[in-house]
Design a protein around this ligand. Structure first.
Ligand code: PDD
Length: 280
């Protein structure tokens, strides 16, 4: 594959950044993962909006504008003869001798890579559902910023995997479910209401989360951006996750116990169909 690093397009195998890049030393960086279907970027504007928001929150300046970013992305997709897959974008503050505060006159590092991704395999997950494992949310207090500082997510997802699950459902000390290790989490509660955690510093404002709220409301489905607890998940009719890489995927067991009747529910199925209908 071909990668883009700081103005150069070249073989992924040779793509590299400096050993003193602050992305490497401090996770002083933000990223985006965008879906590409038939060579076309999905929800590009929403990804740009979130990237700008993250850059502003971290005071990273000097990154090319959205239109120029779009041109780099388009050229990279062409160079890779991209079909279905994922575009990865990372912006770090740049490289400099190690020192915690921002160095002066530093230029950001911009990286873009592409990889093929099998969205069709996700359709199978959507039909069969996956297993989830609850784990403590041990992340920092600005989860709304999509930084590459993902160690708590990595450890939670690894623990979930070791326990036979496909996703970690992250739970705060007060019992509130925030989101998944790399997804937003939804329930259809005991009263039949579709719920997901409200936007706050505790969760990432997911692109797919936003899209799904729109799709649900267009269909006159009741959606509440209202937090729920792990106990409420246990008595929910349905549990599912959304993300760029798992558009709408039912979670049919939690900690080895069936959620609802242990099969993908009607709400998740209807929303998944609506979402794919929108894309194709
Ligand atoms: N993860 N929450 C977290 C913590 C995430 O990392 C992600 C995305 C989401 C869903 O966001 P979106 O709908 O915009 O993809 C929610 C990406 C895909 C990743 O890290 O690979």
């Amino acid at each position: 594959g071909i990668a883009f690093v700081n103005g150069r397009y070249g073989p992924l195998a040779d793509a590299a950044v400096h050993v003193e890049d602050r992305g490497l030393q401090f996770a002083d960086a933000v990223y985006e993962v965008c879906a590409v279907l038939n060579g076309r970027l999905l929800d590009w504007d929403k990804h740009c909006w979130r990237l700008r928001r993250g850059l502003a929150a971290l005071f990273i300046e000097g990154v090319m504008g959205d239109a120029a970013l779009g041109q780099v992305a388009a050229r990279l997709l062409r160079a890779n003869r991209a079909g279905d897959g994922l575009l990865y974008i990372q912006v770090t503050r740049g490289s400099a001798r190690r020192d915690h505060p921002f160095p002066r006159d530093i230029r950001p590092t911009l990286i873009m890579t592409w990889k093929a991704f099998d969205f069709a395999a996700r359709l199978r997950h959507q039909r069969e559902g996956l297993a989830a494992v609850s784990l403590p949310d041990q992340r920092w207090a600005r989860c709304d910023i999509k930084t590459t500082g993902l160690l708590a997510n990595v450890l939670a997802k690894q623990a979930a995997k070791a326990a036979g699950g496909a996703e970690a459902v992250l739970v705060r000390e007060d019992g509130v479910v925030t989101e998944g290790g790399s997804t937003n989490i939804w329930i259809v509660d005991a009263a039949g209401v579709l719920r997901t955690h409200p936007l706050s510093a505790r969760i990432l404002p997911g692109v797919m989360r936003d899209t799904l709220i729109g799709l649900a409301r267009e269909r006159q489905m009741l959606v509440e951006e209202r937090a729920f607890t792990l106990d409420e998940v246990r008595s929910a009719r349905e549990l599912f996750m959304t993300s760029t890489t798992a558009p709408v995927v039912p979670l049919v067991t939690l900690d080895g116990v069936a959620v609802g009747d242990g099969r993908p529910g009607p709400v998740a199925t209807r929303l998944a169909d609506a979402m794919w209908g929108e894309i194709e």
